[in-house]
Design a protein around this ligand. Structure first.
Ligand code: GLU
Length: 606
C-alpha cells in the first residue's frame, strides 16, 4: 500500500436544522445570476453513458463534464470532491476525511479506501476533560471550535489513492475544474449563506476564518459571487507537488501551527483550545485499503464500509435481522415498526463493539452473521415495541437460539447534524463510486489554515469524550474515531444495481437503512425511497422523526408503543440505480438541504 494514505445537540446544529427546513425551500433555481450561470438542481435524471449525483449543482456539473470528456467514475468523483471543497466548504474538503467505495466493472470487485482522520501521536486519553474540574468539556462551545479536535486529514491522500487504483487522470487534471471554480467563484446560495450566519460567532473567533468567510464582517449575500483564490493556490500546489505537498513541507508545518496555535482573534471569549498535531503526524498519515462489509439481503449483496466506520456493520446487521421477517407482506406501518426495532438492536451492538479495528477487536464477522441475526431477531416482537434502550448481544458467542433479553443499556446518543456530504457516480464502463466525506461539524473546527483557503475538521469529537479502557471508541494516539458514514453499493448477480449514501452524523446509518427498505421491501421507486419522510431510530425510548413520518405513521406506531419526536430534517441522500438494460436513474434529494442535483451524460428520450 502506498504511503499516505459527545453528545452534541449543539446550538449550531439546532439553528441550522431550522434554517435548512425553511429558508432553503426557495433555494437557487436560477439559470444565471448576473453573468455567472448556475447549473440546474435536478432531483432525478434518467439516461445512459454515465451519471452523477451530489447535493450541489456546481459539483454535479463538474462531475458530468469529466464523464463527458471520457473520464471514469473515479476521475469524476475526485473532481467532484475537490469542487465540494470550494462550493460546500463547511461540509467537506482537504482538511477532512471520508470513505470511498468503488465497484470495478473489470474485476467485479467492490473495494474501499479508508481516508478517516487519525488522532495525533501525542494526544492524551483525557484530551477532552477539563483538568480544573475533572469533567468533560462540553461539545459546544468548548470542543467544537479549536485545535484539540482536529484529526490528521485523510482526504487528499484518499484522492491520490483512488486515482492511483482506479482513475485514468492525474491529480493535477482532477483538481483543474475545482481550481477554476475557486478562482472564478460560484454564486452564493441560501445554504452557504445560512451556514455562514449560523457559524458567525465561531468564525469571528479566528482571524483566518473571518477573513475568508466573513468578508466585511458579514456572511456573503445570496446571489453574490464567492471566490477562494487561496484554495485555488492550494489546489495548484497539490497539482504540482502531489499530496506530499500537503503532508510534508511548508503546508504541513502551517497546518500543525494552526492546530497548535489557532489564530484567535483578539478579544474573543469563545474557548478555542489548542491541539497537539505535529508535522510528523501529517507526514506519517496513511489511507488504508479495506475490504468492504457485505451482507446478503433478499437476493442482493449489500456492500458497505468496514470499521472504523460503524456504517457497514450496523446497516448490515439491521438488514440481517429484518430478513428474518417478510416485510413485503406487512403494511407499511408494521414494516416501520420492524425497522425501528431492528435498528435499535443493531445500534446497541454498534455501541458495544465498534471502534477502529486496527486498535480494538471488532467482531465484524459475528455482527454480520445470519446466525447472530437470528438470535437478535428473537428480541423483535412483531406486535410491540421493546423497552429501550435494548442491550447489546454477544457477537462473539452465539448459536441462533433465543435467549432471555439482557439488562438494558444506557441511553445512546443521537447526533443531530446535517454536516458531511455524499456523492455517487456511475460511468459508461459500469464502474460505480459511492463516496461520503466530511469535516465533521458544519464548519469543522472553525480553523481555516491561514492563507490556504480550507477549514480543518473537528473529527476527533467522534471519539467517546470520556476515556474508558473497555470502550472500543476510546481516544488513543494514531487511532481513527468511529464514524457513521455508510457509503453503500448493492449488487445483484454480481452486477451493481444501486449505490447510495447520505450525510447526517449517526443518522446516516438509519437514512441508508430506511432507503434500502423503502426500495427493496416496500416497492417504492428510488425517487420515492429518497423523498419519503424519515425516522432515525437509535435505541432510544423516543425515536426522532421528520414531521411527514409522524403524520404518516405516528398513530399506527403509537399502537405498538413507539414514541416519536419531531425534528426538521434527517439525512440528505444521493443515489444512482442501474436498471437491467443499463438505464441509469440518478437521484438527489428533491427538497432536503435545498435539493441536490442528479445528472446523466445522455438523457433517455421520454
Ligand atoms: N463525523 C461524522 C461521522 O463520521 C460525520 C459528520 C456528520 O455527518 O455529522 O460519522
Amino acid at each position: 500500500m502506498k504511503k499516505r494514505s459527545a453528545a452534541r445537540s449543539s446550538a449550531v446544529t439546532g439553528v441550522l436544522a431550522l434554517l435548512l427546513a425553511g429558508a432553503l425551500a426557495a433555494s437557487p433555481a436560477a439559470t444565471a445570476t448576473g453573468s455567472k450561470p448556475v447549473p440546474p438542481r435536478v432531483p432525478t435524471s434518467t439516461g445512459y453513458g454515465g451519471a452523477v449525483s451530489s447535493l450541489d449543482p456546481v459539483v454535479s456539473e463538474v462531475g458530468l463534464q469529466v464523464l463527458r470528456k471520457g473520464g471514469n467514475a473515479t476521475d469524476a468523483a475526485v473532481a467532484m470532491a475537490a469542487a465540494i471543497g470550494v462550493t460546500d466548504p463547511y461540509s467537506a474538503g482537504i482538511g477532512g476525511g471520508g470513505f470511498f467505495v468503488h465497484y470495478d466493472a473489470a474485476t467485479g470487485q467492490v473495494e474501499t479506501i479508508d481516508g478517516r482522520e487519525t488522532a495525533p501521536g501525542a494526544i492524551e486519553h483525557d484530551a477532552f476533560v477539563d483538568p480544573a474540574t475533572g469533567e468533560p468539556y462540553p461539545f459546544y462551545p468548548d470542543l467544537v471550535t479549536g485545535g484539540v479536535s482536529v484529526g490528521v486529514p485523510g482526504t487528499p491522500a484518499t484522492w491520490e489513492r483512488a486515482l492511483e487504483r482506479w482513475g485514468t487522470t492525474s491529480l493535477r487534471q482532477a483538481l483543474r475544474p475545482a481550481t477554476k471554480v475557486a478562482d472564478q467563484g460560484f454564486v452564493v446560495d441560501q445554504l452557504f449563506h445560512d451556514q455562514t450566519v449560523a457559524n458567525q460567532e465561531r468564525f469571528e473567533a479566528l482571524t483566518s476564518t473571518s477573513e475568508l468567510f466573513l468578508p466585511d464582517g458579514e456572511a456573503p449575500e445570496v446571489g453574490s459571487v464567492f471566490r477562494n483564490p487561496d484554495l485555488a493556490a492550494t489546489y495548484r500546489l497539490l497539482a504540482r507537488g502531489g499530496v506530499d505537498a500537503f503532508y510534508e513541507g511548508v503546508l504541513a508545518e502551517e497546518i500543525a501551527d494552526a492546530v497548535q496555535t489557532p489564530p484567535v482573534a483578539p478579544g474573543t471569549e469563545l474557548p478555542v483550545p489548542a491541539g497537539s498535531m505535529t508535522a510528523e503526524d501529517l507526514a506519517s498519515y496513511e489511507v488504508v485499503d479495506r475490504d468492504p462489509t457485505v451482507v446478503s439481503y433478499r437476493g442482493y449483496d449489500v456492500y458497505g464500509m468496514a470499521p472504523p466506520s460503524s456504517g457497514g456493520t450496523t446497516v448490515g446487521e439491521a438488514l440481517n435481522i429484518l430478513e428474518q421477517f417478510d416485510l413485503a407482506s406487512l403494511d407499511d406501518s408494521a414494516a416501520m415498526h420492524h425497522y425501528i426495532e431492528a435498528s435499535a438492536l443493531a445500534y446497541a451492538d454498534r455501541a458495544a463493539y465498534l471502534g477502529d479495528g486496527d486498535f480494538v477487536d471488532v467482531p465484524v464477522s459475528g455482527l454480520l452473521d445470519d446466525t447472530f441475526a437470528q438470535e437478535r431477531a428473537c428480541l423483535l416482537d412483531p406486535a410491540a415495541a421493546a423497552a429501550k434502550p435494548v442491550a447489546a448481544g454477544d457477537a462473539r458467542s452465539y448459536d441462533g437460539v433465543c435467549d432471555e433479553p439482557a439488562a438494558p443499556a444506557s441511553e445512546p446518543e443521537d447526533t443531530e447534524s446535517t454536516s458531511t456530504t455524499n456523492l455517487t457516480v456511475a460511468d459508461r464502463w459500469g464502474n460505480v463510486v459511492e463516496y461520503t466525506l466530511t469535516i465533521e461539524q458544519i464548519g469543522g473546527s472553525g480553523i481555516v489554515v491561514p492563507g490556504r483557503g480550507f477549514l480543518l475538521n473537528n473529527e476527533l469529537t467522534d471519539f467517546s469524550i470520556e476515556y474508558d479502557a473497555d470502550d472500543p471508541n476510546r481516544i488513543e494516539p494514531g487511532k481513527r474515531p468511529r464514524s457513521s458514514m455508510s457509503p453503500t453499493i448493492v449488487l445483484a448477480d454480481g452486477r451493481p444495481v444501486l449505490a447510495l449514501g447520505s450525510p447526517g452524523g449517526s443518522r446516516i446509518i438509519t437514512t441508508v437503512m430506511q432507503m434500502l427498505i423503502n426500495r427493496i421491501d416496500l416497492g417504492m421507486t428510488i425517487e420515492e425511497a429518497i423523498a419519503a419522510p424519515r425516522a432515525t431510530p437509535q435505541n432510544s425510548a423516543r425515536t426522532t422523526a421528520e414531521q411527514g413520518f409522524i403524520d404518516r405513521y405516528g398513530t399506527a406506531l403509537s399502537g405498538y408503543g413507539h414514541q416519536l419526536v419531531p425534528d426538521v430534517t434527517i439525512g440528505a441522500a444521493t443515489a444512482i440505480e442501474i436498471g437491467p438494460d443499463g438505464l441509469l436513474t440518478a437521484v438527489a434529494e428533491p427538497t432536503r438541504l435545498g435539493g441536490g442535483s442528479a445528472r446523466v451524460v445522455r438523457p433517455a428520450v421520454p
